[in-house]
Structures are given as structure tokens and as C-alpha cells.
Design a protein around this ligand. Structure first.
Ligand SMILES: [Zn+2]
Length: 488
């Protein structure tokens, strides 16, 4: 196979095939668990994203993406997937969630001029240790967000069953500010994209840190249920994710938190994950899954404190895949980068139903994987004591079941209320008309994101873009195939 074939440009996907029909309840039947059906998997990668550098000593290392990609290709997994070179997101796409002043600042600030902007740096939580201004920071954001949006659109068009972007999953970024190594929240942007065609989306987060940015975005929504499994003790970053955080307004009971403590092992994690996710899927009956696979929940992570093996982490991917509904798979945290690459490679193999040899294939970064040079290297700390006994897990499960009893069974778009505070949008003119004209209305206003500062001009501009046609927005500016660099 020539290199060119690794990264195709999917012209078929550009044709207007109309939105896919969401699966019905029968198709969503939980009896599919355990089946191993072949799914069409799309894989997105942009080589340049791995070359950015947060700064000396910073634990977030985009180079982990190159390690992962080389292992994925070294094992030949690209032959089981449709692989695409993703494009960078546009400013307009980022503005679908983030505030215009924050975006503008990210565009302008550089390591050389940052000293001129100290007040703004504080306002946007930039320049601190966690979120430094490094060379090309905004370009980096556009790359990982573009890949997640491309992946989401592939699912919305129905041309893939599973779409993977290991560079995405930056779950801490807020509408107005950076947080926890995350500047732009590609997950929120992707979910907003999926909401154009999917009535209900479940977001699942297995990063060791709470998925606070995504929870915050959809805290008032009953179309997106966020489920985060993470360490929680009140002080571990970001400090949120208590079991009592469960959503507000129409979104009440649609935010689920599973707070765990250190050294949780494979068996305990699988027990709580399977039980909670079974209950969530049965109650909410989503039509799409967004799975954030933060790998800092692995044992021996530089920042994490869980005790999961690579197989234990991958078990969550396997479990969610078997629900057989469209699934967007994203990366996230992960700071012992050789193990991040191992985990995400293994999880890619799970998605394409390929059993991998434990001996790593020869690849450009082989020296990172010594001295064992194997995929499933023993990383668990056998002396660590699991602080999550079954009794505690059962308490969490029961509490969540209680919340889920308050979830309207498979709520439909039509049943959704317009929350207060949005009347202004209606007064501004065409919002409702545009929404009604759109077969699959985008209910992003339900998440309470719009502020009074959003003026009529911005609103009308956004409205023009929100007519959905096939896989791509009308405003998409796709290059011709000749212009796409496929030489990876
Ligand atoms: Zn994390």
C-alpha cells in the first residue's frame, strides 16, 4: 500500500446523503453486549500536532501523539481503518463554543509579547504553570479541535461507526478560559456538532481528572448526559466531581459523577464502570457516545494515582463499543507517554477487532519502550492498596441509580423546555425560525451558554451557519484533494 492511501480524502462524504436515522430502542438493545461485530472505523491524525512543546518540564507532551501513531501504523492497524489527515478548525468553528474575546486573545498572544498582556493573561487563566503560552499554542488548538470536528462529522454523516482522534479530549477548557493544560474544548465542540443529528448523546470520561469543562457546558441540558469516572477528594485537580453534582434545570440528573480514590484496580474499576454505564445506557438510551480515554488513569502515570493496567483501561473502550451505536473516541490526559502510546494503540486494536502481538513492532520511537519492548508491560503497583472497597462502590452505584430514576426515559427533542434567560435570543429575531427550519435543530442554547454580550450580528452570522446539509456545514471551505498534503 502506498503512503498516499493511508490518508484518503473522502469525496463521497461531501455528497449530501441526508442525516442518518438515529437507532431505535431495539437497535440499542443492551443484548448486543458481548457481540463482536465489525465496525467501520475512521482515524484522524495531523502529524504537525505532535511537534508542539508546552515548555521544559511541562508534563503535557504532544510528542505522545507521534509515539501512538507510530505504534498504530507499526502494527498495521491503519489497514483496518479509513485514515484521514485532519484539517485545522476555523476560528468560526471555535467560536461555536468559546467567547470571541478569549479566542482573539489566543490568536494574538505569543511568548514574545505576553508581558504586554498580563492583566488579560490572568483573566483567561493563561501563562500560569498549567497553561503556558508556547509557540503556536493557538495553531495547536486548531489542529486537535479540527480533528475532533472532522471525526464527529464522519459519524454524523453515517459514513463511519467509530471515529478516533487521539489528539483530542481536552476536557478542562472552559468557554471563557484555559484550564489544566487545555485551551480549547474540542469535546464540547464535537458534541455540539453531533447534536445537529443526534437527539441524545452520552459523554463518558475515564481520565483520572474530573471532566469539568464538558460537564459545565452541558450542565443544563437533558440531551447530553455527562458521566465522569475520576479521583475525587475535594482537592485533587480540578476539585470538582462530587457525586452530588448532578445537573440543574432540565439538566437535573443528567450529570453523573463517579468519585473514586487512589489505587483503584482493574476489577474495582470494571465493576463500577460496567454497572454505572449499563444503568446509564438503559435509562438515557443515547444515540451516540463520546468517549474520552484520558490515559492518566493508568498505573504509574506521572500525575495520576490509579492502578489500572493497559487492558483494564481498554476494557472501558471494549465495553462501550459493544453498545453498537456511533462512537467518537478521543484522547485526553496521560503523562507517562510510553504507556499512553501503549494504551491508545491497544484501544485502537480493540476498536478494529484486531489481536496484537505483545512484542512491539519496530518503529521510529522504539527506544522509548525499553527495556521490555512489549505492549502489555506490567505497570500495576502490586503493593498498592485499593482504597475503593466493594461497599463504597455499591453506595456510589445505588446513589446514581437513584438519580437515573429521575431521568425521563429517552427524552425527545420536542419535550425539551426552553430555559429562562434565553428570551433575548427570541427577541433578536430569526433564531426560532431558523431552528424550526432545521430538521435537526441544534439545541445548544439549552446549555445556557449564550451571554448578553452576544450581539445580534453574531447571532445572525451563527444562524446562517447552522443549517445542516449532509456531513458538512455550508460554510465549510474544503480543499481539493490536490491541495491536501498526504505525505505522512
Ligand atoms: Zn487528566
Amino acid at each position: 500500500m502506498s503512503k498516499r492511501n493511508f490518508y484518503q480524502f473522502d469525496h463521497d462524504a461531501r455528497k449530501d446523503k441526508g442525516p442518518p436515522v438515529p437507532p431505535n430502542d431495539a437497535e440499542l438493545a443492551l443484548s448486543t453486549i458481548g457481540q463482536h461485530s465489525k465496525r467501520k472505523v475512521a482515524y484522524f491524525y495531523q502529524e504537525e500536532a505532535s511537534a508542539f512543546h508546552y515548555g521544559e518540564g511541562h508534563p503535557m507532551k504532544p510528542a505522545r501523539l507521534a509515539l501512538t501513531h507510530n505504534l498504530v501504523f507499526g502494527y498495521g492497524l491503519h489497514e483496518k481503518m479509513n485514515c484521514f489527515r485532519s484539517r485545522s478548525a476555523t476560528d468560526e468553528e471555535i467560536a461555536h463554543y468559546h467567547s470571541s474575546d478569549y479566542i482573539e486573545f489566543l490568536q494574538r498572544v505569543t511568548p514574545d509579547n505576553r508581558h504586554l498582556w498580563s492583566q488579560w493573561m490572568t483573566r483567561f487563566n493563561l501563562g500560569v504553570d498549567d497553561c503556558p503560552i508556547f509557540d503556536g499554542v493557538y495553531d495547536f488548538c486548531l489542529m486537535y479541535a479540527g480533528a475532533s470536528l472532522d471525526a464527529a462529522r464522519k459519524l454524523s454523516a453515517g459514513t463511519s461507526d467509530i471515529a478516533v482522534n487521539w489528539s483530542g479530549g481536552l476536557h478542562h477548557a472552559k468557554k471563557w478560559e484555559a484550564s489544566g493544560f487545555c485551551y480549547v474544548n474540542d469535546i464540547v465542540l464535537s458534541i455540539l456538532e453531533l447534536l445537529r443529528v443526534h437527539p441524545r448523546i452520552v459523554y463518558v470520561d475515564i481520565d483520572v481528572h474530573h471532566g469539568d469543562g464538558v460537564q459545565e457546558a452541558f450542565y443544563r441540558s437533558n440531551r447530553v448526559m455527562t458521566v465522569s469516572f475520576h479521583r475525587y477528594d475535594g482537592s485533587f485537580f480540578p476539585g470538582t466531581g462530587n457525586i452530588d453534582e448532578k445537573g440543574v434545570g432540565v439538566g437535573k440528573n443528567y450529570a453523573i459523577n463517579v468519585p473514586l480514590t487512589e489505587s483503584v484496580d482493574d476489577d474495582s474499576y470494571a465493576y463500577i464502570f460496567r454497572n454505572v454505564m449499563n444503568d446509564v445506557m438503559e435509562s438515557f438510551r443515547p444515540t451516540a457516545i463520546v468517549l474520552q480515554c484520558g490515559a492518566d488513569s493508568l498505573a504509574k502515570d506521572r500525575l495520576g494515582c490509579f492502578n489500572l493496567s493497559i487492558r483494564g483501561h481498554g476494557e472501558c473502550v471494549k465495553f462501550m463499543k459493544n453498545f453498537n451505536i456511533p462512537m467518537l473516541v478521543l484522547g485526553g490526559g496521560g503523562y507517562t507517554i510510553r504507556n499512553v502510546a501503549r494504551a491508545w494503540t491497544y484501544e485502537t486494536s480493540v476498536l478494529v477487532d484486531q489481536v496484537l502481538d505483545n512484542d512491539l513492532p519496530n518503529n521510529a520511537y522504539m527506544s522509548h519502550f525499553g527495556p521490555e519492548y512489549v505492549l502489555h508491560t506490567p505497570i500495576k503497583d502490586v503493593s498498592a492498596e485499593n482504597t475503593n472497597p466493594r461497599q463504597k462502590l455499591d453506595y456510589i452505584r445505588e446513589k446514581i441509580r437513584e438519580y437515573l430514576r429521575g431521568v425521563e426515559h429517552a427524552p425527545s427533542v420536542q419535550m425539551q423546555e426552553i430555559p429562562s434567560g434565553l428570551e433575548k435570543l427570541h427577541e433578536n429575531g430569526d433564531w426560532m425560525a431558523d431552528k424550526n427550519a432545521d430538521m435537526y435543530a441544534d439545541f445548544r442554547e439549552d446549555i445556557g451558554l449564550f451571554s448578553d454580550t452576544r450581539n445580534e450580528k453574531e447571532l445572525n452570522t451563527a444562524d446562517d451557519r447552522e443549517h445542516y446539509q449532509g456531513e458538512f456545514d455550508q460554510d465549510r471551505d474544503w480543499p481539493d484533494e490536490e491541495d491536501v498534503d498526504v505525505s505522512l
